[in-house]
Design a protein around this ligand. Sequence first.
Ligand SMILES: [Mg+2]
Length: 306
Amino acid sequence: MGAGHEFDLIRRLERRWGPAAQGLGDDAAVLDVPAGSRLVVSTDTSVEGVHFRRDWLTTGEIGYRSSVAALSDLAAMAAEPLGMVVALTLPADLAEAIDDIGNGIADASRTARCPIVGGDLTRGDQLSLTVTVLGFSVHPVRRRGARPGQDIVVTGRLGGPGAALRALSEGRMPEPTHRERFARPVPRLREAGWLAQAGATAMIDISDGLAPEARHLAAASGLTMVIDLDVLPAMAGLDAAQAALSGEEYELLATVPAGPDLAAFAHAFGIPLTRIGAVQDGEATATFLRGGDRVDLAGGYDHFSP
Ligand SMILES: [Mg+2]
């Protein structure tokens, strides 16, 4: 790279990234895909004012979260990460924040053991990050593979990001545990590998909320997802409807053969795996039960009496 402000910024990013970046310096990245496996690719864009606000998150958290959103899609496919490519649009007033943004991206890269293998940097009016992730899998797990009689399981405890967002939008300080789940989500890559080993045939990551994602699985598989809100794993102080409608969780929702070893999962990863329902023949939608009665989550939790 020659002289110039943009190259200086790129050099700064590369210094930040250190060993988190691999094989930079060519016109394109070159990656080895293990023989017999398939390439799995996903991309995710985060734009200031649309996907995040700079007064709600630090620039480091913005870099981290944008990367995790993309990495979580590899987890949803039960793919192992190969590399990530980061395209950054930076407003002039944020040039000095590039170190923090770079740190956040590198954090996500290290967490997921997914090296940064390329990128692009441009000037623009709004901060925007587009993260493309590349992974591989012999048997990617898709949304359409659910089968009648399977259990529906979810990783982790839900509701934190939704509660944090609600507090922020009402001008309140979120609970620290809720804010942590919002600002520092974890891509469930190793957990996805466990679920695939346990025979998961359909999987999705919870970016829009458990209820909408369950409907996506149901639609893709042409089956009914019956989900019991009474056993939904909500964070302390939150009710099941809040947990079911909380987005940006980056937990995994999967269908597995009946009777997965929930204790073994919890022991391996330190987070719960909860059986929340079953796959049935029928209309391609999700049905939610509370106390055995069907409840409607479509209209949001305000419509849903506690
Ligand atoms: Mg997804």
